[in-house]
Design a protein around this ligand. Sequence first.
Ligand SMILES: [Zn+2]
Length: 298
Amino acid sequence: MNKIFKPVALLALCAAMQAAPAQERRQDQVVQDGIAVKPLKGGWARDILAPEDQVNEQSAQQYMALMNQAQQKGALVPASDPRVKRLRTIAQRIIPHTARWNQEAQQWKWQVNLLQSDQVNAFCMPGGRVAFFTGIIDKLKLTDDEIAAVMGHEIAHALREHGRDRQTKSTATGIASSIGGAALSAWLGVDVRGAANALGQLTVLKFSRDEEREADLVGLDIAARAGYDPRAGVALWNKMASLNERGAPIELLSTHPGGSNRIEQIQDHMNVLLPLYARAKGTSVDRLPAYRTNLASQ
Ligand SMILES: [Zn+2]
């Protein structure tokens, strides 16, 4: 009996280990408070088509190329600028809460820069390379909580490897794109979709509605843990809608198609987001003051 049983049990154990990659096992052990942590998407096709080292390397090169181009144009805002200081202070508070969503983030070499441009835009490339355009901070008069909501959203795309999913698809199909790439090209005065090999590919391909949904919620979860009010997410998207209604171009919306129920979805999850914020602030939800934005001053 034993002779038969043992090999079968061993085989079953091996199969179970293969079916559950190390990362999934680690994440299953995370206590589920806030937005539920799901295992990252995996699959042999993605690992072959877009191996992590390759994605990271491409991302590093593209980010550096973009920053160099910006600097040559005089469009890389210096570290002494108060807005750059704000961005980096907020990032420093957010970053310690990212590993919950992707263990690899602990090894990322985070960068945060501000580009001088009217575009209402921001992004985070794989590996934690963040950039904001001055247009999004200035035109939307973003509060610190609202900057954290944008940054959390963009970082969530990188943590959940949405860019890597897209990289897999673009490698597989040879299709780069996009509206965002065109906007970036116009700003830089070079065709980033062409020979420079798409600074755009990893940064500005259009996210899916599902990815947007995840980035909204994960982003606000991270921001709330860092002590930023998740109700800023509602104010942020209201400000975007308000600017959009006035006919101003909002580049970020072309790559982040949230749909009309985006704010509703955020509000539906406020019951799990607000306790994270209250805990970070050392208080309880019922003692939190109402969220105050500066929307009326626009
Ligand atoms: Zn998005």
